[in-house]
Design a protein around this ligand. Structure first.
Ligand code: NAP
Length: 240
């Protein structure tokens, strides 16, 4: 059966982007070791699905995606992408991108049909994940928990889902390798560089017992395109 998986990185206080919609804090985290988990995760993935803010963030960061598929392929191979939006967004050159709106279920059916037997990656954001869960279509959460506290921002998953449907399956501490730290310390009268373990992040895998699908389609009231996006403070977030 196709699994719907939310794979993301979050701050300790549960945000996936800061209040300015930035991920600079994430790129600052020392990634001293690649444990191959992303490659292992993406191997079973077919379609990607994301909200408009995530899609626009990707284009802002990698504008070359607008003129050719090379960068997309570098990150995602030839995987197709479904983007939820109320607006007309710019497509990516040479990449299969579907712009959809409203109920997540027709998009889920289309994704399954497009890549039968492959899993689906919800790239972000949190409320879209919540909409999949509302529809009884969320199976797994993979969180890369970073040693960062943001205080505000885009929430990891703005819903109330308790342990009757969530449990930890695994937790891995990634980045144990010692890193040279520039701080000088005095030891036995000699100056030396301190060496201490640098923990990049902890990776948690959390299976989700599917919800009983409730209301037909979590589809917020939209906004006039061209105005500032309400993003995570909009009414989507209130549909728990
Ligand atoms: N930490 C990480 O690893 C990670 C991973 C992914 C994303 N991110 C970041 O996290 C932030 C997430 O942003 P976000 O919380 O605003 O979430 P988002 O899901 O990326 O975007 C939300 C927008 O998607 C559209 N949308 C959502 N559901 C819809 C529906 N059912 N029908 C039509 N349109 C729908 C709406 O846009 P419109 O009404 O404007 O069309 C909504 O404002 C971004 O900054 C992203 O870059 C971080």
């Amino acid at each position: 059966m196709t699994k719907v998986q939310y794979y993301t990185a979050a701050s300790l206080d549960g945000f996936i982007a800061d209040a300015d919609n930035s991920l600079d804090w994430l790129f600052e985290v020392p990634h001293s070791e690649d444990d191959g988990s992303r490659d292992a995760f993406i191997a079973d993935i077919g379609p990607l699905v994301m909200g408009a803010t995530t899609y626009e963030w990707i284009i802002d960061r990698y504008p070359e995606m607008l003129s050719g598929p090379e960068r997309w392929h570098e990150f995602y191979d030839d995987r197709p992408c479904w983007v939820f939006t109320h607006c007309e967004l710019t497509p990516l050159s040479g990449v299969e991108v579907h712009f959809v709106s409203g109920d997540v279920r027709p998009a889920y059916d289309a994704m399954v049909a497009a890549r039968p037997g492959r899993d689906i990656w919800i790239v972000g954001g949190g409320d879209l994940v919540g909409q999949f869960d509302d529809a009884g279509l969320l199976d797994e959460i993979h969180v890369h928990l970073t040693p960062v506290v943001l205080g505000a921002g885009a929430p990891l998953l703005p819903r109330r889902i308790t342990s009757s449907r969530l449990r930890f399956r695994g937790m891995t501490h990634v980045g144990q390798r010692g890193q040279r730290h520039p701080r000088r310390v005095q030891a036995g009268g000699r100056r030396q560089l301190s060496r201490h373990p640098c923990s990049s992040y902890a990776r948690a895998t959390i299976p989700v017992k599917r919800a009983t699908a409730s209301s037909p389609g979590a589809n917020g009231p939209g906004r006039k395109c061209g105005l500032a996006s309400p993003r995570w403070t909009d009414s989507h977030a209130a549909q728990s």
